[in-house]
Design a protein around this ligand. Sequence first.
Ligand SMILES: Cc1ncc(COP(=O)(O)O)c(C=O)c1O
Length: 391
Amino acid sequence: MTSERMTVAAAAPSYVRAIAPYQGGRPISEIARTYGLREDEIVKLASNENPLGMSPKAHAAMLAAANDLGRYPDGSGHALKQAISRKFQVPADFITLGNGSNDILELVAGALLGPDAESVFSQHSFAVYALATQAVGARAVVVPATKPALGHDLAAMAAAVTPATRVVWVANPNNPTGSFLSGQALRGFIEEIPSSVLMVLDEAYTEFLPEADRYDALRWVESYPNLLVSRSFSKAYGMAGLRLGFGVAQPAVTDLLNRIRQPFNVSSLAQAAGEAALFDEEFLAQTADLNARGLVQLETGLSALGVPSLPSRGNFVLARVAASPGLTRLATPGAAVGDAVFGTLLKKGVITRSVSAYGLPDWLRISVGTQVENEAFLRALGALVAEHDAG
Ligand SMILES: Cc1ncc(COP(=O)(O)O)c(C=O)c1O
């Protein structure tokens, strides 16, 4: 093929053409359209969102900010950074704001990785680590997960670091497995990796941790120039649609991220809502409480149906649907049982998440909803088990 005849798409870097796009949870409107269902009869437990929505205080602050949308947002995010600094006791110049915490992850990849670099992450960990690595032509080094917990094997991850490694990604708790590493294990890991390697500690679900498991990695950043902690407003804060997250690292790292950040990457609505959301402790406590009860409801309900699940510290559970003979019969031989159960539930208006793209074909991820939504899911799954157990 001569260069004049080559298409734009064919001329794109091979590592970009090889990317399998991120598959998000299916939206309610799309499922209603596809299956002829009413939106209000659909239950969405697919994207680890907060079933309570967002804090009423954050909502009010967002509406007030909507009066001034003719202006660009504050590109430095001054007021929100001050609020984060006050709440978490970190210096404001340690903070980078992101359009969702995904943005922070991509900024890290854009600033530190490239075609000669490697990044290390665990098998079955959050999909964006692989995507962000591949998008800049770096090599992904995937370390097998522990068995049977499917958690991060920190010793093996440390051993996978080579002179080409620039970033190690650790999600705690991890999505989609819900697995958890203690503060002590994480701190030991940072001590072990070279100072030229950035450890990204992704704490998108940290607000759901029970008191006994809490640790404060934001306190560690002052001591470790190669640590970045990322946080999200999409989960416990219930602001997934607004897109807001932040990263905390020493100024040398923050400065690098700021060089490639879009000047106005966080909208005025998200900044205003975020500032108010941070201090609505009552809403956060209500969220954590609902989630703790929902986890028990889902775990016990699944177990009663003969479906084991992993102990989860997030706002979702990972269930091994292939353990149920009835559910296994839903899949054609050789096909992923998780996909079959996902597809069958979808037609009944229950949206869960297939995790076969995570290398987990026997599993299904279910986000914690309200008591009524969890019950609707368990009822729908129970009907499938009963129907197909009978043969
Ligand atoms: C572990 C983890 N990190 C980061 C994110 C990104 O969230 P957001 O960009 O909405 O903040 C998610 C979302 O699912 C996640 O599960």
